[in-house]
Design a protein around this ligand. Sequence first.
Ligand SMILES: Nc1ncnc2c1ncn2[C@@H]1O[C@H](COP(=O)(O)OP(=O)(O)OP(=O)(O)O)[C@@H](O)[C@H]1O
Ligand SMILES: [Mg+2]
Length: 301
Amino acid sequence: MTDTTDTSASAALTANGLAKRYRRGVWALRDVDLAIPPGSVTALVGPNGAGKSTLIKAWVGFERPTTGRVAVAGVDPWRDRSGALRHVGYVPQAASLYRELTVDDHLALAASLRRGFDRAHARERLEELGIPLEARADELSGGQQAQVGLAIALGTRADVLLLDEPLASLDPLARREFLHVVTDAVRTHGTTAILASHIMTDVEQACDRLIVLGGGRKLLGDSIATALAAHRIAVDGGAASGPGAEAVATFAGQAGERLTLVRLADGTVADASLRAASLEEVVLGYLASGRPGSARLAGAA
Ligand SMILES: Nc1ncnc2c1ncn2[C@@H]1O[C@H](COP(=O)(O)OP(=O)(O)OP(=O)(O)O)[C@@H](O)[C@H]1O
Ligand SMILES: [Mg+2]
């Protein structure tokens, strides 16, 4: 499924024919086309090694596309790194603090590197979270270190936030609160956010768009409303295919039942035996479709 390309001129983030092959020959991304509208929060999901971090790093200008192009607010980060980075707040997957610097040193560093960095805002946020500004990074817990990275990204007041599994080490309340901060920024400032995550409750709380990557390919890229409207679930071998309906993959339900995710072509009326799919089921179906041998499974359903 393809994002509508007529939005690409005004898109906050784009990828066109993007492929990335690392030196050891691994194709981390293949044929990826995306056009992400401003003022949206997009979940980026996919199994380990699917290419999520590589895609984010291409937008940050840390990884050069092997073929194709990416752009942030219309700027190609490989041609104009600083021009693209002006738009970006980035939280890498692994916390990247300097062990011997204090929290406040990190804020000072961010302020020196980034014009317009809102140090007072970052300080206030960390104080509210009870994180001492004079603590050295290596004295903080994993979750506290992650919060420092998030506070710095938010302090940039960037119009594009690229968040690579930023919430994995946060407690549930801190996760929920951070997602509220992101969705508020989207509502009030038209910020665009990408959130790589394996945690479906986070995706459901905060995101209005969904990209599923598998084996470096885009398996799904759409608004969540469109994705939900276009999919149904067949239970235990029900009518998973028919005119305008195509089985995506079969996976186990919570009680061990066999669920098949069914994709409906535009305008298809779903067979009455099919039920609505939850967002988690749409994601599980595409994750299953990306597994080796899934074509056989889908074909058998
Ligand atoms: N620097 C690198 N050199 C060589 N191969 C790499 C490099 N970085 C990533 N890869 C490979 O590219 C593929 C995609 O990796 P990537 O880190 O983008 O996946 P991911 O979806 O972010 O996974 P995870 O959920 O584990 O974070 C993997 O096969 C990985 O081994
Ligand atoms: Mg990753």
